[in-house]
Design a protein around this ligand. Structure first.
Ligand SMILES: NC(=O)c1ccc[n+]([C@@H]2O[C@H](COP(=O)([O-])OP(=O)(O)OC[C@H]3O[C@@H](n4cnc5c(N)ncnc54)[C@H](OP(=O)(O)O)[C@@H]3O)[C@@H](O)[C@H]2O)c1
Length: 334
């Protein structure tokens, strides 16, 4: 099969097409003929050498999510059959014509997407962001109906997912993004307010409202601002710290605020979690989030698709941050 490998840490050009053996599913694994593979910011971090794959994951083929058709099943798989259309969360190996996934980490391609030409492209845009958002916003952050929710990077793959799922569960949704066009996209997806952080200080813009749950991927100088925005019992959830995980002395974090307002600071990374955790997360998502997709209350936002061979161009677009929504690699079959 053809796959894209990270030939050495570096710029997008280090992503090269290679020939590899088709992997064989064992035990609880399925083999998926990949029609579409999602590109995620963690893939960029891995390409640069800053996000090593966990043990057992493909050492050099990136790709954390795919959609396609089950080609073969391992001897212990009972819930899927050859030919089933699925999307799946992977620990790596998605930038390829075939990939193995844990059976418990697969979900059916939503019927609402079927029939449209891009159903696999849309389905491939889901697993990494839906798993991350459900776990961090709803399981860790415990977002409840009627609460105020803020997501930074509102037009990112994570952001467009967080806005729509939080809206579907009746939160009041706020977002930040880096341009008027990105803010419009967030509003079109249902955000109640989006702050263009290049023109306005989000802390000042949202101070009167107060926020119950914040999903942050930025960190750095956002950290003390986030803490000051939280209402009593508020929850601050980190999924990355793109501007740094440490706070400088100009605006120090007031830990007294955490006590006085009984705040919770938490966060997680998905990729290194155990298979059983991800399988339990997948079943909860199938029960709670898949009905939202089936009702058409969630719109996948595809910024651009690229042929698998053009993975380097896809990474360059992601690093430009010019995109809104998800970037997807497609194999010729689609
Ligand atoms: N912990 C986990 O389990 C987990 C899982 C998946 C993803 N993540 C993280 O979630 C974030 C979003 O991932 P994604 O795949 O959705 O990414 P993405 O689509 O590339 O979006 C990232 C967006 O963040 C915004 N941004 C704000 N500050 C930035 C900065 N200092 N540097 C770069 N971008 C900045 C940019 O939009 P603006 O123009 O608005 O600034 C950019 O478009 C990433 O940081 C990723 O590492 C974490």
């Amino acid at each position: 099969m053809k796959a894209i490998a990270i030939t050495r840490p570096g710029e997008p050009e280090v992503l090269q097409i290679v020939e590899r053996d088709v992997p064989k599913p064992t035990g609880q694994e399925v083999l998926i003929r990949v029609f579409a593979a999602g590109v995620n910011r963690p893939d960029v971090m891995q390409r640069k050498g800053n996000y090593p794959p966990p043990p057992g994951a493909s050492p050099d083929i990136p790709g954390l999510e795919v959609a396609g058709v089950i080609e073969a099943i391992g001897p212990d798989v009972t819930q899927w059959q050859v030919g089933d259309p699925v999307c799946a969360l992977l620990t790596g190996g998605g930038y390829a014509e075939f990939a193995v996934a844990q059976a418990g980490h697969c979900l059916p391609v939503p019927a609402a997407f079927e029939g449209s030409g891009g159903s696999f492209v849309q389905a491939a845009s889901l697993p990494e962001t839906v798993f991350t958002v459900w776990h961090n916003v709803f399981q860790r952050g415990n977002l409840k109906s009627g609460e105020h929710f803020l997501v930074h990077g509102g037009s990112s793959g994570i952001g467009i997912t967080a806005i729509q799922i939080a809206k579907a569960f009746n939160a009041k949704v706020f977002a930040t993004a880096g341009s008027a066009e990105k803010c419009k996209a967030c509003m079109d997806l249902g955000a109640d307010q989006c702050i263009n952080y290049r023109e306005e200080d989000f802390e000042i813009a949202l101070k009167e409202r107060g926020i119950d749950v914040i999903l942050d991927m930025v960190g750095g100088d956002y950290i003390p601002k986030n803490l000051r925005l939280l209402r009593p019992e508020g929850r601050l959830v980190f999924i990355n710290t793109m501007k740094g995980g440490k706070v400088n002395g100009e605006d120090p974090v007031d830990f007294g605020l955490i006590m006085r307002n009984r705040l919770t600071i938490t966060g997680s990374t998905l990729r290194n979690r155990k298979n059983a955790f991800k399988a339990a997360l997948a079943s909860e998502i199938r029960e709670k989030v898949w009905p939202v997709l089936e009702k058409g209350l969630f719109k996948p936002v595809i910024a651009q698709t690229f042929p698998l061979a053009e993975a380097a161009e896809a990474h360059a677009l992601m690093e430009s941050s010019d995109h809104i929504g998800k970037i997807i690699l497609v194999n010729e079959q689609t």
